[in-house]
Design a protein around this ligand. Structure first.
Ligand SMILES: Nc1nc2c(c(=O)[nH]1)N[C@H]1C(S)=C(S)[C@@H](COP(=O)(O)OP(=O)(O)OC[C@H]3O[C@@H](n4cnc5c(=O)[nH]c(N)nc54)[C@H](O)[C@@H]3O)O[C@H]1N2
Ligand SMILES: Nc1nc2c(c(=O)[nH]1)N[C@H]1C(S)=C(S)[C@@H](COP(=O)(O)OP(=O)(O)OC[C@H]3O[C@@H](n4cnc5c(=O)[nH]c(N)nc54)[C@H](O)[C@@H]3O)O[C@H]1N2
Ligand code: SF4
Ligand SMILES: [Mo]
Length: 728
């Protein structure tokens, strides 16, 4: 059990409320911005091309500035991830910049009259304290006792700093809580990951199968643009989802699958392709191993048996299976993105990887493609020699550090203690599931730092809170990732940082001085970026003007007769995996049924809404007005049976009798199966310093008390939680 009160959540500080009122006056929030948006004819003093950070896709955004205020954001025409457009969230980015509840000053936890409070402090005092505490803790427990959690590419400067200091443990919720199983499954099958942005040719696909992947609600800008291109070019879409999603409304087949049974369905399609010999025989003969073992492993997955497991009629299973054979290399089973669902996720993703291989769509139009970087140049930084122990995952195929494992180790101190967390841009309370474990781990820490832009829940538990300025007020590292159109893009400030906030690079540089690494960073970020850009054949002045440089579309497809080599042990695509077998797992994905609903309970499913990103936009006044709270989708008939009324507010109680802290509005609908309910993630905030988001809607994270951990790579399946309703 948690040691009570060791690190109490700091509830509210009157300083915040006072300062937020002042902010409204300064910015006349939100009307000033809204009026400006309405006045399209306004001319800007300057338009600054930069990179969006309302989510992690990194579109190119033009910030329109007048009188030193950003009054409009539009998509950069030339940037390959935006193509002149932003998603609704990107358009509402000023809502973050001018959020009256932004963190304004560094804060230190102090105890006054026995009660924890935050005290406003100077940067110097805050950073001195961090350096001192890190030194004490690493001297006492070793450098490995400090772990960093982050999300977003602003974290790069801190990773550089901590690597030079000897810290080795870096973790992000985009791995074990998001796409980790996809990464490992594709590596096991093809020897490389799918990447982000995904190396898939959706725009040219003729037949697209989406499992979950709710494009249109999942609003990754270019992914949605590609999806609409595909549809306008006549692509047939199949959506497998217990819920009639936006994508399902564009589909030829909506397969309202029994939740958690997708692997059975995928195995059945593999069965059909092999049994009817409608897979790409030549491609598989030349490029894959393990076909016989694969067939042995899926022989029992007949459509009839699959119907009984999934609830999808035999005719539909067969029709889609045969269509897949017919469309062959121009068909694509979308690999998904947030795939930590049921704990069998790596094997489900393996089945997706295998199916794509059987279609022969590898490096073919409409299938899996190759992408390139704009430049192979990467700045080199020193890495400490006397570093701490490398974190060793207990999951054999975890290529990154599962965040949940750090939580466990912070509680158990086994094999060594973790005593300090540095948390950059991730709200662990809402993103890791199993909040009780996260809280218990936090109680075991000697010291925690949170770097954020908002008073997100996680900051309430920190010893030091550092206010970063928003993406519209800072430089970051260059964006030089692989993409079909190799590009190089910059994030640069549109306006100066508000309040006493600072850019991450500046915080890291100041901290490096205190941590005894004064030569690690250039004296200023512009010199650093310019040096890199010169190595890449450009310059800071050029990129500041253009925002992005790009090359011609890379070679996406393989050439006729090209010999392919895969970075797997066999050099081929591995339909049956010896590596999995050696580690005690199924070489060919087998289906194990998920736990059934307890009587009277509904499986809790969650996802995205077009105008919000997780919990980070719930307090954004521009986006919040478009969607102020989440609703609970309940099947109409099931809801009537439970005596629920459309529009009434209820608490949710889960299988472990954990009750939601807040209430949610019921939406009775035919668009969901009767055994499941659905809500959008990111609501139900309980930190009162986020005045707009406070207590609006329910947090799914509060109710994820059961994690179904993937034994292969440690991903945390969250879909095996069940809820019922309570009016009190
Ligand atoms: N607007 C917006 N867009 C975003 C984000 C955001 O915060 N806001 N976040 C981005 C990020 S980081 C990610 S990872 C992606 C996530 O987006 P996706 O990868 O699309 O997420 P999923 O979890 O696959 O999608 C949730 C859908 O899966 C369905 N589902 C639930 N259980 C099952 C099941 O057992 N079987 C099947 N077939 N379907 C099921 C749900 O009903 C829901 O429609 O979105 C990205 N895009
Ligand atoms: N229950 C449940 N858990 C989930 C999910 C779910 O749908 N349901 N989704 C999973 C997925 S797919 C993912 S990718 C993860 C996402 O997990 P997180 O990345 O933790 O999600 P966010 O809520 O966006 O938290 C980001 C934090 O960064 C802060 N922030 C925003 N901009 C900046 C910035 O410029 N600088 C700094 N320093 N901070 C900034 C925000 O205020 C917020 O506190 O969660 C995973 N966990
Ligand atoms: S998808 Fe939307 S929120 Fe994400 S980076 Fe692009 S414009 Fe910004
Ligand atoms: Mo994600």
């Amino acid at each position: 059990m948690a040691k009570v009160n060791r690190r109490q959540f700091i509830k509210i500080s009157s300083a915040f409320l006072a300062s937020s009122a002042a902010a409204s006056q300064v910015f006349d929030w939100p009307f000033q911005v809204k009026n400006a948006i309405a006045e399209e004819f306004l001319t800007a003093d300057r338009i600054v091309p930069t990179t969006c950070e309302i989510c992690f896709w990194r579109c190119g955004v033009d910030a329109h500035v007048r009188d030193e205020k950003v009054y409009k954001l539009t998509g950069q025409a030339n940037h390959p991830l935006s193509n002149g457009r932003l998603c609704p969230r990107g358009n509402g980015g000023q809502g973050l910049l001018y959020d009256p509840n932004r963190l304004r000053h560094p804060l230190i936890r102090v105890t006054v009259n026995g009660k924890p409070q935050f005290r406003k402090t100077s940067w110097d005092e805050a950073l001195t304290l961090i350096a001192e505490r890190f030194q004490q803790i690493t001297e006492q427990y070793g450098t490995e006792s400090v772990a960093m959690f982050s999300h977003g590419f602003g974290a790069s400067f801190f990773k550089t700093l901590f690597s030079a200091y000897g810290i080795r443990t870096f973790s992000a919720p985009s791995y074990a809580q998001c796409r980790g199983p996809r990464t490992e499954a594709f590596k096991l099958t093809y020897g490389h990951a799918v990447g982000s942005p995904e190396a898939i040719d959706v725009a040219n696909s003729k037949y697209l199968v989406l499992l979950g992947s709710h494009l249109g609600e999942n609003m990754h800008n270019t992914a949605v643009q590609d999806f609409s291109k595909a549809i306008s070019r006549g692509c047939k879409v199949v959506v497998v989802d217990p819920r009639y999603s936006t994508a399902a409304s564009k589909a030829e087949h909506w397969l309202p699958i029994k939740p958690g049974t997708d692997l059975a369905l995928l195995r059945s399609w593999i069965h059909i392709l092999i049994n009817e010999k409608i897979y790409d025989v030549e491609f598989i003969e030349n490029n894959a191993t393990g076909l016989e073992e694969l067939w042995e492993g899926v022989k029992d997955a007949t459509p009839e048996k699959t119907y009984a497991l999934t609830g999808i009629p035999v005719e539909q299973i067969v029709a889609v299976g045969r269509d897949l054979g017919r469309y062959g290399s121009s068909a694509l089973i979308h690999p998904g993105r947030h795939v930590t669902w049921y704990g069998d996720d790596t094997q489900r993703e393996r089945a997706i990887a295998i199916l794509n291989a059987l279609l022969g769509n590898y490096q073919m139009p409409g299938g899996l493609i190759q992408q390139e970087k704009y430049s192979s140049y990467k700045p080199k930084f020193p890495v400490a020699r006397n570093a701490g122990q490398q974190f060793k995952s207990r999951y054999p195929f975890a290529s990154s550090v599962p965040a949940n494992e750090i939580v466990e180790q912070t509680i158990s101190a086994d094999p060594y203690p973790v005593k300090s967390w540095f948390v950059y841009g991730t709200n662990l309370i809402h993103s890791l599931g199993d909040q009780r474990a996260t809280m218990e781990a936090i109680q075991n820490l000697d010291f925690m730092v949170a770097v954020d832009v908002l008073p997100a829940e996680i900051t309430g538990y920190a010893d030091v809170v550092l206010p970063e300025c928003t993406y519209l007020e800072r430089y970051d590292d260059l964006d030089n990732r692989t993409y079909r159109i190799p590009y190089l893009a910059i994030r640069q400030p549109a306006v100066a940082p508000l309040y006493d906030s600072k850019p991450g690079h500046e915080i890291a540089r100041l901290l490096s001085m205190k941590m005894g690494l004064p030569d690690l960073f250039e004296a200023d970020i512009e010199t650093y970026l310019d040096k890199q850009l010169k190595e890449m054949g450009s310059s800071l002045s050029e990129l500041k003007k253009s925002g992005v440089l790009k090359k011609e579309e890379s070679d996406l497809y393989r050439k006729e007769g090209e010999m392919l080599r895969f970075k797997t042990p066999s050099g081929k695509i591995e339909l049956a995996s010896q590596r999995l077998k050696d580690a005690g797992f199924d070489a060919v994905p087998q289906y194990y049924p998920p736990p059934e609903n307890p009587p009277g309970y509904f499986r809790m499913l969650y996802g995205r809404a077009p105008m919000h990103t997780f919990g980070r936009t719930a307090n954004n006044r521009v986006l919040g007005e478009l969607m102020p709270e989440n609703e609970l989708w309940v099947n109409e008939i099931a809801g009537h049976d439970m005596k629920l009324k459309h529009g009434e507010y209820v608490y949710l109680v889960n299988q472990d009798q954990v009750k939601s802290r807040t209430r949610i509005k019921v939406r009775l609908t035919q668009r969901i199966r009767p055994d499941a309910v659905y809500l959008v993630h990111g609501f139900g905030h309980t930190d009162p310093r986020m005045e707009f988001a406070f207590r609006r809607g329910v947090s799914d994270a509060d109710l994820v008390t059961k994690l179904s951990v993937d034994p292969i790579m440690g991903g945390t399946g969250m879909n095996n939680n069940f809820v019922t309703f309570s009016r009190t």
